[in-house]
Design a protein around this ligand. Structure first.
Ligand SMILES: *[C@@H]1O[C@H](CO)[C@@H](O)[C@H](O)[C@H]1NC(C)=O
Ligand SMILES: *[C@@H]1O[C@H](CO)[C@@H](O)[C@H](O)[C@H]1NC(C)=O
Ligand SMILES: *[C@@H]1O[C@H](CO)[C@@H](O)[C@H](O)[C@H]1NC(C)=O
Ligand SMILES: *[C@@H]1O[C@H](CO)[C@@H](O)[C@H](O)[C@H]1NC(C)=O
Ligand SMILES: *[C@@H]1O[C@H](CO)[C@@H](O)[C@H](O)[C@H]1NC(C)=O
Ligand SMILES: [Ca+2]
Length: 564
């Protein structure tokens, strides 16, 4: 049963046949129960049945005959089909090759058009007069593209007159020639396995007809959606939004053109809420979604917009309302994808970007140039942020430096430098600090001012006698600071001075031994030395008489910056 042809009718207009491959359609009328006309021959036959009765003795071929139904002023030509069944059919309509246009005015359908020999519509007025003189059977014959024919009949067909707009006043009993070959879809649906249909509930998904069984392949098309088994115009769906001209799916919302109302479909009901754009937003449609969009430089949902924060440092975060200590992303000049830093927000006024911290021996600080350049450790605990970041930050604004310390007896001290910056890698991250304040009693960083940064694998200390980073086991702005023998020649001219002084000054932990008869140091502070270091010269120190153990073996340090 392949290729059987299916037809769908729209409501009421039975002549209006859908189906793409229809080759022939004809609708015919013949009278039934004509026995009582036998003794009453009018001048003209009133329909083709009477033509056939009159002609049966001589010739009963199909063709054009003159008929004159009761109530029609003039006789007119009609095509009589005498080949079909027992003959006597008056043909109302025939379509074959699309040689005659059927998209016509009501007047044309009233009066009839086309050619009786080929395609035509006999005219509503004639059909009205014809069908109102007797009881007529209507038969519609179809042929599909494969040449298969079938038909349907109604046993009591009648239409009203012009005053009644030719409505079908009667159809009678319906019969189909072959149930399997014809399938009638309900109103507003077409039979198709090539298209898909939507539902009121989920209007955004078109459900393919192929997923349905064959008998269910009548689908809602165009502006019709399925709702509880029926096809209804979309504007009758509960979640139809008139402004939008379409139906909202469950949970979806729609903002009207002036952005003053938000309509949401919930539980198959439209809920309206008032809606208003923030002063810093614009009502706009983007990617098919209309809503309030925050203007450039602002962020939010459009109803409330706040100034977008792209912090260059922890201070900008602090000012925009981030008040808790922790690791955050900041965007210093030159680092558009951001870097992670620890921000001290809860102490010392907040807004400090931390670049160094020591609190335990968990992280080894005796590392090389690349480690100090790129940073290492854990931002939440002990770490060095990285010289390349410290350089970028300290050159984007003017920063002050704060160093917090705890000495070996757990007393806290601090030192502040009014300005702080380091140069770039080409210049070896040279230090620049401003004036000192604080409570350690001594400025122990200014000696390193203008000095380059040194690591064990990059000796930039300017002192050919020593590799300071190696001697102090760390990395710092080391320089040629103090050497006992040099000092002794200069002041004392006594050969015994250094051999006796160097061991006896062992409490000065910044001093590293140089053989058995000399000692030296490369800076008066070094916060990147060994935590709990014991070898002379390698400890973390901030030389000061105010601190326990002269500032040796510090328990805690951090170094941080904030814009001036
Ligand atoms: C009768 O029909 C034949 C064809 O079947 C046709 O040739 C002939 O002309 C017809 N006669 C009349 C009188 O219509
Ligand atoms: C008239 O038509 C019928 C059926 O179509 C046929 O049986 C009969 O022979 C025809 N009569 C003549 C005279 O052609
Ligand atoms: C029918 O005719 C009207 C006007 O004559 C035209 O606008 C319309 O597009 C036609 N429809 C079809 C399906 O051709
Ligand atoms: C639709 O049905 C026709 C006839 O049964 C078949 O040839 C065609 O492949 C079908 N199309 C789809 C998409 O299933
Ligand atoms: C519209 O209202 C719904 C329901 O309250 C909400 O989910 C949706 O986000 C709102 N739309 C906008 C753009 O605010
Ligand atoms: Ca050196």
């Amino acid at each position: 049963m392949e290729n059987f042809f299916k037809v769908c009718l729209t409501v009421l207009t039975i002549w209006n046949l859908f189906g793409t491959e229809m080759v022939i359609v004809s609708a015919e009328v013949r009278s039934s129960g004509s026995s009582y006309f036998v003794f009453q021959q009018p001048a003209y036959p009133r329909d083709c049945k009477e033509v056939s009765n009159a002609c049966s003795s001589t010739n009963n071929t199909s063709g054009v005959y003159l008929i004159k139904p009761d109530g029609h002023p003039e006789p007119f030509e009609a095509y009589c089909d005498n080949d079909l069944d027992t003959g006597g059919w008056t043909v109302l309509q025939r379509r074959r090759l699309d040689s005659v246009k059927f998209n016509r005015s009501l007047k044309d359908f009233r009066n009839g058009f086309g050619f009786l020999g080929s395609e035509f519509w006999i005219g509503n007025e004639k059909i009205a007069v014809l069908t109102n003189q007797k009881r007529y059977q209507l038969r519609m014959d179809f042929q599909n593209v494969a040449g298969e024919t079938y038909y349907v009949t109604y046993d009591d067909f009648r239409i009203s007159d012009e005053w009644g707009k030719y409505y079908i006043s009667s159809l009678g009993k319906f019969l189909i020639s072959d149930e399997l070959k014809i399938e009638w879809c309900p109103g507003n649906e077409i039979f198709s396995n090539e298209t898909c249909e939507r539902t009121c509930e989920d209007p955004d998904t078109c459900i393919s007809a192929t997923s349905r069984t064959e008998s269910e392949q009548c689908v809602c098309v165009g502006d019709y959606l399925r709702e509880q088994g029926q096809c209804i115009p979309l504007n009758q769906c509960n979640c139809f939004v008139a402004d939008k001209g379409s139906v909202l799916g469950e949970g979806k919302f729609y903002i009207n053109s002036r952005c003053t109302r938000n309509s949401t479909c919930r539980n198959n009901r439209l809920i309206y809420e008032s809606y208003q754009c923030s002063d810093d937003a614009t009502c706009d449609e983007r990617n098919d979604v209309r809503k309030c969009y925050c203007n450039d430089g602002y962020e939010g949902n459009g109803v409330t917009c706040t100034r977008e924060v792209i912090p260059k440092d922890c201070y900008e975060l602090y000012v925009s309302g981030t008040l808790s200590d922790g690791v955050y992303t900041i965007y210093p000049d030159g680092w558009p994808s951001g870097i992670q830093v620890y921000c001290e927000m809860e102490s010392n006024g907040g807004g400090w970007t931390v670049f160094q911290r020591r609190s335990s021996a968990s992280v080894d600080f005796y590392l090389g140039w690349l480690d100090y350049k790129n940073g290492f450790g854990n931002k939440n605990q002990d770490h060095w942020l990285g010289n390349k970041y410290i350089h970028s930050m300290t050159n984007q604004k003017t920063y002050q430096l704060r160093i917090d310390l705890r000495d070996s007896a757990s007393s806290s001290y601090y030192a502040v430098y009014s300005t702080f910056s380091i140069t770039d890698e080409a210049d070896k991250y040279r230090l620049s600090v401003g004036s000192h304040s604080g409570n350690t009693g001594y400025d122990r960083l200014s000696g390193s001012n203008n000095k380059q940064f040194s690591t064990k694998d990059q000796d930039n200390d300017g002192w050919s006698s020593y590799n300071c980073a190696e001697r102090h086991r760390g990395a710092w702005w080391f320089y040629n600071d103090w050497d006992c023998r040099r000092y002794y020649y200069y002041y004392y001219h006594s050969a015994s001075y250094c051999p006796s002084t160097c061991p006896s000054h062992s409490h000065y932990c910044m001093l590293f031994p140089d053989g058995s008869d000399n000692c030296a140091y490369c800076a008066l502070s070094h916060l990147n030395g060994d935590y709990d270091g014991s070898t002379r010269g390698t400890q973390m120190f901030w030389d000061s008489y105010s601190l326990n153990s002269y500032g040796c073996n510090l328990q805690y340090t951090d170094m941080k910056i904030r814009p001036v």
